[in-house]
Design a protein around this ligand. Structure first.
Ligand code: CP
Length: 305
């Protein structure tokens, strides 16, 4: 049985196949409209979500399947003390596939070990968010037409940002990639990303504090939110939350073909004035996430269309 817990479980060939499938879904939606008829997806969200949960649900509906689940732990028997394992075992009696978000790193991995039904990690704490990476990859592919020869700037909360950790891991497998990590010192990318992912592959990276200075060399700028829910004290969050705010003014030295991505939700880190800039891709990214989740559901359920 296949699960998706970490984006690195998918080979680059499998990523290309998922992208090709998503492109085919975009071009021929009617062909897929009954592909999952009779199948059920459960969305178990122990943490808040708008995009991930609703795009999984929209994805399953557009494949002709059905959806059940909960959107907060307090409305499930987790509130009575039920273990994650018992919850997932129970839901596997009702559903063919499960998308699960949990605040504890590793919870989806633990749930997947019993192999009841395919489990998709929809975000585990500050660890990984592989289906956001699928959305990011389709966006990069559609905007740039390639995954090679890119300088990628990641800005904001690189310590707790699970989307950052998954994207850096995924892009580190391609040729001629450089990373510029833009963050305050307290929110720098974790050591394991540097020592286990980048350095063994000889991938160039630098850590800087100034977004303005980094801007001219970037092909992709991946903005992130400073995540209040991961901080141990409010004072640190308040001090760091507005370190980076992307405004039209700050884009003056950017490349003409820069692509601006953000996994969303945003708080203050991108001014709404940037939304009309043709380089802003974050709402395209939202839509791309639905198509990639459709492709992933088909793959994990082994549905051939
Ligand atoms: N990008 C993302 O995970 O958004 P949600 O928290 O709204 O699902």
């Amino acid at each position: 049985m296949k699960h998706l817990i970490d984006i690195m479980e998918l080979s680059t060939q499998e990523l290309e196949e998922l992208i090709a499938c998503a492109e085919d879904i975009i071009a021929n939606p009617a062909k897929y409209a009954q592909a999952c008829r009779g199948k059920k997806l459960a969305t178990l969200f122990f943490e808040p979500s708008t995009r991930t949960r609703l795009s999984f649900e929209a994805a399953m509906y557009e494949l002709g399947g059905q959806v059940l689940g909960f959107s907060e732990a307090s409305s499930s028997s987790a509130a009575k003390g039920e273990s994650v394992s018992d919850t997932v075992h129970t839901v596997s009696c009702y559903a063919d596939i499960i998308a699960m978000r949990h605040p504890k790193e590793g919870a989806p991995l633990v749930a997947s070990r019993r192999n009841w039904v395919p489990i998709i990690n929809a975000g585990d704490g500050g660890h990984y968010h592989p289906t956001q990476t699928l959305a990011d990859l389709l966006t990069i592919h559609r905007e740039k037409g390639r995954f090679t020869g890119l300088t990628i700037g990641l800005c904001g909360d690189l310590k707790f940002g699970r989307t950052v950790h998954s994207l850096v891991s995924a892009m580190s497998r391609y040729e001629d990639i450089r990373f510029v990590f833009i963050s305050p010192e307290e929110l720098q990318v974790p050591e394991y990303i540097k020592t286990d992912v980048l350095e063994p592959r000889g991938i160039p990276y630098k850590e800087v504090a100034s977004l303005e200075n980094a801007m001219p060399e970037l092909d992709i700028l991946y903005m992130t939110r400073v995540q209040r829910e991961r901080f141990f004290n409010e004072e640190d969050y308040v001090r760091l939350k507005d370190t980076y705010i992307l405004t039209p003014d700050k884009l003056r030295n950017a490349k003409e073909d820069l692509s601006i991505l953000h996994p969303l939700p945003r708080v203050n880190e991108i001014s709404v004035l940037v939304d009309d800039d043709p380089r802003a891709c974050y709402f395209k990214q939202v839509l791309n996430g639905k198509y990639m989740r459709m492709a992933l559901i088909l793959k994990l359920l082994e549905v051939k269309v």
